[in-house]
Ligand binder design. Sequence first.
Ligand code: MG
Length: 354
Amino acid sequence: MQTIHINASAEYDVLIGEGLLDKSGELTAKVVRPCKCLLVSDDTVDELYGDRAQISFTYSGFDVERFSFPAGEASKNLDTLAELLNAMGEAQLTRSDLVVALGGGVTGDMAGFAAAIYARGMRFVQIPTTLLAAVDSSVGGKTAIDMPFGKNMVGAFHQPALVVTDTDVIRELPPEQLSNGSAEAIKCGVLNDPALFALLESGNWLDRVDEVIARCVAYKRDVVAEDEFDTGARAFLNLGHTFGHAIELLSGFTMLHGQAVGVGTLMAAATADCPEDMLRRLAACLRANGLPTRCPYGAKELAQAALSDKKRSGGSITLVLPEAVGKCRLEKLPVSALPGCFEKALNALEALAL
Ligand code: MG
């Protein structure tokens, strides 16, 4: 088992290793004295792993109740949040009790947000069951729900008390889910970690998934330590996301987050005038991980969708632009420059037949 210590407004460990789901209660009991806890997951994960988590927490002295909701991003809304808060009330949770988020990004974001606001804030533990959640959303304390006017528009910074990642659970994921998570890992490689990028380039890293997760979490640890509340360096983690969110939005969220962020990263590199060999290398890496390299939308509609992106502050938008594998820069642009950027990126990809 690997332990990565996160030093933010709250300090906590991220544990990564085989067989940790069945030890999750025991591991949690080392940092949270056994209490009442609500185990939150979507119906798919609840059926797959809910019993095992409940048994572990019960065995370690926690008084466990369960809440589940329909799987999918569409559930990450005010209605489900209200149901969850009511379930917490019915379970008579107090501020000294615990919420356990067992699942992917939707579960972690929503259960984390519920924990942030219930009784003015209580502790929660993340047990990510998707690669995307393991490498990205479970660490760093961003919690939120989606609103009609935008994704993740209502939320809070609320750090978990512990993150427990069972690599056996991650290895059992269907290929599409592994592919989805690999995009955020590729992003970390492009941002900061050429060795990680090289590992992902092989497309054959499942037996080293613990290393992939640990490298991503270690990078996120450094960024969060520097800029927990996203006013500076944390902007780097948005690589591929301005483009990606626009693509996601236009697809009506039929395109998975990772698929959109993968193409988005390639488009960011094209916008940045990256050398042709780097663009080709990045495209090959995406393909090796089952991710698309083409954007099916035009520059105009993309720009319009991007304008609703919450990363826009005032009349400007900050893009993360790759210079080389392992090195990126931030560039603040007027919003009016966006259509030109999208145009340039699409043309570059077209010209290289990527
Ligand atoms: Mg993301």
